[in-house]
Design a binder for this molecule. Structure first.
Ligand code: FES
Length: 164
């Protein structure tokens, strides 16, 4: 049952998104709706949720699936609570983003695309430019930018994230 899969709260939020678009343009609500669903589902989407949204919006499942697999902000498997995204595009690469990635991998004992054993961190796939080239090399942790990274700075940022 769709109502067992999408909570009442999520359905209300989706209704509010849907009301911003013409009746025959439900596909326009897919991205925002997926973000809400992902947030409520501990940061990731699955087949069941994708199918439920398609049914709720009365669109094809493939339309939702295409969006969920195209955009890097969507995760299709369970991930750690805090998401780390290191930019490895040109400006950051020229300022040693590869070493930044390596350092984080070593520090957290994971590879890119993996989560730590305690589920505290998720090191997301390498990112394209995150629009903070002036501060290269940079990373985002839970969508907050940290720029001009050094190994010491990374230690401070990651060690400062509390368990909850
Ligand atoms: S290249 Fe890294 S923020 Fe632009």
């Amino acid at each position: 049952m769709i109502h067992d899969i999408l909570s009442e709260n999520v359905r209300k939020e989706i209704d509010s998104i849907r009301s911003k678009f013409p009746h025959d343009k439900n596909k326009s609500s897919i991205i925002e709706s997926l973000l809400i669903i992902q947030h409520e589902n501990s940061g990731y989407l699955n087949e069941e949720l994708i199918g439920a949204l398609a049914e709720y919006l009365n669109v094809q499942k493939i339309d939702v699936y295409e969006v969920a697999t195209f955009y890097s902000m969507f995760n299709l498997k369970p991930i750690g609570k805090n998401t780390i995204s290191v930019c490895t595009n040109v400006s950051c690469m020229l300022r040693n983003s590869d070493q930044i990635v390596e350092y984080i991998e070593k520090k957290l004992k994971i590879k890119i695309g993996e989560s730590t054993k305690d589920n505290k961190f998720y090191l997301k796939d390498e990112m394209e430019c995150l629009a903070a080239c002036n501060g290269a090399p940079m990373m985002q942790v839970n969508h907050v930018n940290y720029e001009n990274l050094t190994f010491e700075k990374i230690d401070k940022i990651l060690d400062g994230i509390k368990d909850d």
